[in-house]
Design a binder for this molecule. Sequence first.
Ligand SMILES: [Zn+2]
Length: 244
Amino acid sequence: MRLTQPYDRTVHRALRTVPHYRERYAATGTLPPLTRDEARLRRHLLMPLDAALLPRRDPGRPPRDHVAELREALRIAGHPVRGVDVYEVARSLRDPVRAYGTTWRVLLDATAETDGGPTRRALPEGPALVVGDPGWADGPYPDGVVGVARFGLAAAAVAPPAPGSLWYEPWLGYLGAVAPDCGELHLDTARVHARALDGSTVLTLLRRRRPTFVHAEPEGGGAFRPERCPRHGGPVLRPVRSPR
Ligand SMILES: [Zn+2]
């Protein structure tokens, strides 16, 4: 029972304080899967009433929260970060963050709009980790620089992600990683709860309020189901049918 408590608390708080979930529950008696498109269209209704800023004045997520999430995914994936600069490929710049014994920086994605800012050619010097989508993770990199791939579930449903890579959905953040020793897709259990609902895997973010995500359905969620890691016992997602 203890394991389900943070999930229960998050659901109850959403029903009390977040307009979208109050509406859905009043109409259907359940909280159906929330798709990415629906979340985008109803973003203002996913904000809790007790923090009623106008959406256009929402300050967004503190960078430190994002860094903490990325750090946990890297830990699950078996990448030590102390003393190693971490570069995250992103579409917008962010000031470097000092935390956990390292500096967390952003590398601008080649597809980001820039005015001649840094590009892919401006690679860091080691020791460093570069976290990016598959084209980035492949390198080549200078000595001491290691590429870490991130993937979404939709891609993982087509090609199993390699051990050491990070699970990332752009609208939900870093959610877990493929552990190096067991090869299973482990969840960041302090932040994410997964369950099956209406034939898909849906995710509830346990620490996010703005917006609040309950039963968010990532693309590709239908290809996975929540299970337990045979080796570690913790929650993992496994393909509904094993890839051949
Ligand atoms: Zn495991």
